[in-house]
Write a protein that binds this ligand. Sequence first.
Ligand code: TRP
Length: 451
Amino acid sequence: MTMGNNNHRGFWTTRFGFILAASGSAVGLGNIWKFPYIVGQNGGGAFVLIYLVCAFLVGLPIMLAEFTIGRKTNLNPVGAFQSLKPKTPWVGIGYMGMLGGFLILSFYGVVGGWTFAYVVKSITHTVGHFTSPKEASEFFGSFIANTGEVIFYHFLFMGVCVAIVLRGIHGGIEKACDILMPTLVIILFILMIRALTLPGAMEGVMFYLKPDFSKIGAQTILIALGQAFFSLSLGMGCMLTYGSYLSEKENLTSCAVYVVLLDTLIALLMGMVIFPAVFAMGLEPAEGPSLVFSVLPAVFTDMAFGTVASIIFFTLLAIAAVTSGISLLEVVVAYFIDQRGWNRKKAVLFTSGVIFVFGVPSGLSFGVLADAKLFGMTFFDHVDNIASNYLLPLGGMLTAVFIGWIWGTKRAEEEIEKHETTFHWAYVWGFLIRYITPVAVLFIFLARFLK
Ligand code: TRP
């Protein structure tokens, strides 16, 4: 198809490559690490249902909106809003997005570092040989409290992201995703079968699938919404930036549908791995950020080829985290390159340096700063909460209002329908993005604050 053309553009000229790239950004710690522990903390099945509604009713239309703005303008978020409505405050959405990317990467890098550490510890046989689930959990607890180790791996994770973003995003990542995404799904299936066959697993399945709405309140719904934004990489211009490299002939609607489906599938699958295991091992579903890191090593311990499984799992998790981390870094970097005229090297080194330093207190939030709480939450919790539960939904809502009411769905629909379709999904989308999506976000915000 692209024969005779410049081959490195091929990355974005095939629909498959684009879907993989966007999924590489979407699928990450949000699906594998965050989703299970948030479900665990918020009562299980009912939360999962609310999450699904948020992902498809709010997330999907916003993803399409971001793709559309990106492809229309071929610019970074700040530049994009500026070019569509010059000299208006709407450019603020772009700046808010940058701030969101900055905050998210600051703590994302910390957890990315944990995954690196667990790869190393699986190889050196420290992880995967526990005598009890409790021991696995205590091991993790003491690891994340160890200042030196946490900072070292955090630095390493950021270093890997820097090395990749310095070179620009190349076909290498696409090729890697090509193999990694299917491998990840296969490994998750194997783990799921293992978890489901553990004695006592059914209790976990019930917890995960049986909705108990008594646990749901305004705060829980806001958390589900925030998680949908986080997991789908929405609300901060990340998908906008990716869409900006997409060719005219691709069907934006189906790309968005595939990315949302794949991301959701992997999150749901991960829940099916964790909850049966949690209950079978007699652990607490509401354990929080340490959930995946303490439950899975316990499962690996008494599994055939447990060490191999552990190495592969944490390696995939680490790579999934890197492909998301670079997309976060790229948004901040793109701003300095496009809007400030910096060269790539300066932009990458400066922004990643500042983000790393700002992330240090998040890294220490499970050790020396564990008791330094404000309103009952650590530094890590606050950064995550502000970015995921407020900045992302707000950014997404404003994007919806912008495209639905300011720039206008008519122009957006034209952009979407460039690729002719038999059924005009663009009109369905136009209705959602004007009336349903922003109102849903607003309503969830209001419910939270008027409570
Ligand atoms: N979606 C990624 C994950 O699930 C994280 C991520 C990458 C992200 N880019 C983003 C989150 C932009 C919010 C916004 O791990």
